[in-house]
Design a protein around this ligand. Structure first.
Ligand code: G1P
Length: 289
């Protein structure tokens, strides 16, 4: 029987050097897209997908994330007194007590290492991983689409999308096999290959459903591309044992680890807002003259 996906891991320990100086004292996951931090979009996506337990792998200087999801009693009381129920509700915690855990990655040794830090909290069950840098806009949340696929196929499922050939060295790239109903068989995986060495242009987006077997491979802590413990390398070792698919999810992806991707995300999400769309269009028209 296929076990359900109840837990999600959010690796949020990275230093965010690509966004210095803003990330010197502020977690990159707290960067706002319109008026909401990146990490909240990822958490809401997981909640909409039915995730019940939330595990954050944090690091030094990341306490703003814990505070953000916690109860702000001052905010709640002050807004309630002013009759502002919407703002008051923002002061309330986003998780039920005992359903959220924060653990620290003491050194930023790579994504594989960050996920490994969550091994005891995840235990022996399939789990999701969401990278807040990848902001996804979709009618059906991407992780929900993936869970539906996982319920049919079992095994490991990653979100995938085609990227321009000269961007292969930014992502994990799949060696694709057969494809049916947007599900691509994963025959190989390589982290950030140069365009000449890339097996395809099908990249891994920061959404994963993995079997707990991944921890056996991560235990070895082998160092890969960029001198880091890569999640991709351990995922590669799982190919052939259980089903492994890439899902071409329906929706848009904004790479908010990149300055242009981040700016585009702000425009795209603002355009979806009735109160912001028209004034923003006017401003953009001025800049495109
Ligand atoms: C990580 C993964 C990579 C994946 C990417 C998605 O890279 O290592 O395989 O394609 O996330 O955003 P990073 O963005 O941490 O360099």
């Amino acid at each position: 029987m296929i076990k359900s996906v109840r837990k999600a891991v959010f690796p949020v320990g990275g230093m965010g050097t690509r966004f210095l100086p803003v990330t010197k004292a502020m977690p990159k996951e707290m960067l706002p897209v319109v008026d909401k931090p990146l990490i909240q979009y990822a958490v809401e996506e997981a909640q909409l997908a039915g995730i019940e337990e939330f595990i954050f792998v944090t690091g030094r200087g990341k306490t703003a994330i814990e505070d953000h999801f916690d109860h702000s009693i001052e905010l709640e009381l002050a807004m309630t007194a002013r009759g502002k129920e919407n703002e008051a509700s923002i002061g309330r915690p986003m998780f039920c007590p005992g359903k959220v855990a924060y653990t620290r990655q003491q050194e930023p040794l790579g994504l594989g290492h960050a996920v490994w830090c969550a091994r005891e909290l995840v235990g022996d069950e399939p789990f999701a991983i969401l990278l807040a840098d990848d902001l996804l806009m979709a009618d059906i949340p991407c992780l929900k689409q993936m869970i539906s696929s996982y319920e049919e196929t079992g095994g490991n499922v990653v979100a995938v999308m085609d990227i321009p050939p000269n961007h292969t060295d930014r992502y994990g790239i799949i060696n694709p096999g057969c494809e049916k109903n947007r599900l691509v068989e994963v025959r190989g995986l390589v982290e950030k290959p140069s365009p000449e060495d890339a097996p395809s242009t099908l990249s891994v987006v920061g959404r994963y459903i993995l079997l707990p077997d991944i921890f056996k491979h991560l235990d070895r802590q082998n160092v890969g591309a960029g001198g880091e413990v890569q999640l991709t390398d351990s995922m590669e070792k799982m190919i052939g044992k259980d089903p492994f698919h890439g899902l071409r999810f329906i929706g848009k992806r904004f790479d908010c680890g990149d300055k242009i991707g981040f700016q585009e995300a702000n425009i795209a999400f603002a355009m979806e807002r009735e109160d912001l769309r028209d004034p923003l269009l006017k401003i953009l028209a001025r800049y495109s003259e």
